[in-house]
Design a protein around this ligand. Structure first.
Ligand code: TXA
Ligand code: MG
Length: 329
């Protein structure tokens, strides 16, 4: 299958790309679309055959449920159990963080087919703040199932070129909306017993969530609460390790070792190095993380050594991705 990449640089190109993507989605195809977090591989969430194509293209196991994207918060009623009202905390979270990089797990109704959620009684829901994605989901008029547009276990794509590298010949269309803003996937939470449980850390931080209720960080990544949160995920193919301070790491002579530094450029003898954020800005580091991991992965290295970032704010999400990337498959 040939993969077409449509640009959006002029108003005419943008309109043509949106119309093409909506047409494809209506006819049961899958298309890669930008969101404010990472690129997603989209299908009409109510179309079982289309959703199956997502699993096939990504080589994703069926036990790993997909995130469903709604056109607006008011579309919630069409996909959740009408008998189970939103709790006050849930309602406030959707009011505050939608549209945005925030995903909430709720009890679903039968509009969302079993295949989307791997048979779970719940569904993970998000309203994207990306204008292009938002326009497409509104014109489609149906919820969109969209996991990150990478092959299963790989680093999520933050540009159309990344998607092409992952899924060329496996999907018909990529809409190029430039580099994504956050660069890490949405924060996923569930509200249980009056507490907010973070199932996946992301751009909406623990500190922000604490304003709404006590927060609990799910510590067991492989738990059935978040079936896709496998210990090894977001992984480059080059072996990778994580260290506290790159300055203390002595590269082995004769081995090609790459460095992913937190803020200091590296004077040491690394074959390649990247700096997440020279100014020590975690937002900038998040936006650079997956791109730099991809660049290092393409540099023909024997090993990537990544440096820990401070575990505050977005640092939790970055460290979560670094730990998974450093876990052997
Ligand atoms: O930023 C994002 O969230 C991106 C963009 C494209 O929206 N999407 C994304 O989807 O990261 P994906 O498929 O790569 O991650 C989905 C994860 C699953 O692996 C699982 O951990 C969790 O969401 N999930 C989905 N449904 C769930 C459910 N019903 N209960 C608990 N966790 C769920
Ligand atoms: Mg993913």
């Amino acid at each position: 299958m040939k993969t077409e990449v449509l640009g959006t640089a002029t108003p005419e190109a943008l309109e043509a790309a949106i119309a093409c993507a909506v047409g494809r989605l209506k006819s049961g195809d899958i298309v890669a679309l930008p969101t404010e977090t990472v690129y997603g591989l989209a299908a009409d969430a109510t179309d079982v055959a289309a959703v199956l194509r997502i699993f096939e293209a990504k080589a994703r196991p069926r036990f790993d449920p997909l995130i469903v994207h709604l056109p607006s918060p008011s579309a919630l009623n069409s996909v959740i159990q009408s008998k189970i009202a939103l709790t006050e905390i849930e309602y406030k979270l959707t009011e505050h963080f939608w549209p945005g990089p925030f995903t909430l797990v709720l009890s679903r109704n039968s509009v969302i087919p079993d295949i989307v959620v791997s048979g779970l009684p719940t569904v993970a829901l998000r309203v994207s703040a990306h204008p292009l994605f938002g326009e497409i989901v509104r014109r489609l008029g149906r919820p969109i199932a969209a996991p990150s547009a990478n092959r299963f276990g790989n680093v999520s794509p933050t540009s159309a070129a990344d998607v092409l590298a992952e899924l060329e010949f496996r999907i018909p269309l990529i809409v190029d909306g430039g580099r994504t803003e956050h660069g890490v996937e949405s924060t996923i939470v569930a509200v249980r017993d009056g507490r907010i449980e973070i199932l996946r850390p992301g751009p909406i931080t623990e500190e922000q969530l604490r304003e709404f209720a006590p927060v609990h960080r799910a510590t067991n990544p492989g738990s059935p609460d978040a079936p896709g949160q496998l210990p090894s995920h977001y992984a480059p193919t080059t072996p990778m390790i994580l260290c506290d301070d790159l300055a203390l790491y002595a590269p082995h002579p004769g081995r090609r070792i790459g460095a992913l530094a937190w803020r200091e450029p590296n004077e040491l003898d690394f074959a390649e190095s990247r700096v997440l954020s020279r100014s020590g800005d975690l937002r900038e580091a998040g936006a650079n993380l997956f791109r730099q991991l991809r660049e290092l992965d393409a540099a023909n290295l024997d090993l990537i050594v990544a440096e820990a970032v401070p575990e505050v704010g977005l640092g939790h999400a970055i460290m979560d991705r670094l730990r998974r990337a450093a876990t052997k498959r």
